[in-house]
Design a binder for this molecule. Structure first.
Ligand SMILES: [Fe+2]
Length: 186
């Protein structure tokens, strides 16, 4: 049997890996398997994680954040039928499914970014992430997430910088707009 793996051990590994490299491919290669390992543990999961905010359909629970807001680890939940439209994070992200199935849509940006507040996107690909499935999103990568299942989803998110403290955008694919996107995830 595999030894238990705690949030504290995961954070130690994140510190070591990100001290050694800033290359996103290397971070994803190294952090991905560890995030999957932590996601397979139930030691960090609390009952309250399964009660997302009824109004927004979403809640996030902070498991760790460094003092400078780097290396944020969160548990995120979605109510069935709820999700978030196209957005970026302003940092890298490693997400692993824990419960339920989340649909992930990735977008390609077609315009040259020369016009402020304007963005042309097209769908690059769509996938579903269930328990143990890994989704790595580059800094600047644009995606949307939706819980298309009939139960609350839970996933484990790791960000290079806590998303309350990054400059990020949300996009309207039909109106071709990009707008700064502030969140206040607890
Ligand atoms: Fe996201």
């Amino acid at each position: 049997m595999q030894e238990q793996y705690s949030v504290a051990q995961y954070v130690d590994d994140l510190r070591r890996i990100t001290a050694e490299t800033v290359d996103e491919n290397e971070i994803f290669d190294q952090v991905g398997p560890l995030a999957k390992r932590l996601a397979s543990e139930d030691s960090w999961i609390e009952e309250r994680f399964y009660n997302p905010d009824e109004e927004t359909g979403f809640s996030a629970f902070l498991l760790h954040e460094e003092e400078d807001h780097s290396l944020a680890v969160l548990a995120a939940t979605w109510i069935p039928g709820m999700g978030v439209g196209p957005h970026d994070h302003g940092t890298w992200a490693v997400v692993v499914g824990v419960e339920g199935v989340e649909r992930n849509i990735r977008y390609k940006r077609l315009d040259d970014r020369s016009k402020p507040d304007y963005a042309e996107l097209e769908v690059k690909d769509e996938s579903t992430a269930g328990p143990g499935d890994l989704v790595c999103i580059r800094n600047g990568g644009i995606h949307a997430v939706r819980n298309d299942s009939d139960k609350v989803t839970l996933s484990l998110h790791t960000y290079g910088t806590h998303i309350n403290h990054t400059i990020r955008s949300k996009y309207d694919i039909e109106a071709h707009t990009a707008a700064e996107f502030k969140v206040d995830v607890k």
